[in-house]
Design a binder for this molecule. Structure first.
Ligand SMILES: [Zn+2]
Length: 173
């Protein structure tokens, strides 16, 4: 399985809410997503990135692959006023990173795969990751988070990276 890359149109779509209690395919979906994430050495992945328009994300911020988390319908319910700018990369925009402003701290509500409600208070890299993956579920990429000349520069660098062979593999829908 491959990760879809910009400009694949699936990446620009809104993903649908899921019901873990009724949808038995979600565990398998999360397993497939984890496999792809580890295969490409990512730290997070949204279902959108493998062409499944369901609101499911996985991430693992551990060094040894022991910290896998899968979330359904993740939503930011609170964010700090304080923001920070940092470079962000994306498996779907391979070969570049883009400086993006994100809230430093967020509170995320979601459902686990067994339907339990979970609340995550996040800061640092996890806060950035959650905002990034939820952007995917809303059809938004890192290049959509910058405007004007910054966006033009990012798109030019991306084209150059693609020309240089930066795609993670053939995209499949
Ligand atoms: Zn991404």
């Amino acid at each position: 399985m491959d990760v879809l890359a910009h400009p694949n149109p699936a990446l620009a779509q809104d993903a649908a809410e899921v019901d873990p209690a009724a949808d038995e395919t979600l565990r398998d979906l999360a397993r497939r997503m984890a496999r792809v994430m580890y295969q490409f050495s990512g730290i997070g992945l949204a279902a959108t990135q493998i062409g499944v328009l369901k609101r499911v994300i996985v991430y693992d911020l551990s060094d040894d692959g022991s910290g896998l988390v899968a979330l359904c319908n993740p939503a930011i319910v609170e964010r700090s006023g304080e923001c920070e700018i940092d470079d962000e990369g994306c498996l779907s925009v391979p070969g570049i990173s883009v400086a993006i402003e994100r809230a430093c701290e967020v509170t995320c509500e979601a459902l686990s795969l067994d339907g339990t409600k979970v609340t995550i208070e996040a800061d640092g890299l996890l806060a950035r990751l959650l905002q990034h993956e939820i952007d995917h579920l809303n059809g938004m990429l890192i290049i959509d988070r910058v405007e004007g000349q910054d966006r033009k520069d990012a798109l030019r660098r991306y084209r150059e990276a693609v020309d240089a062979g930066a795609l993670p593999g053939e995209t499949s829908i």
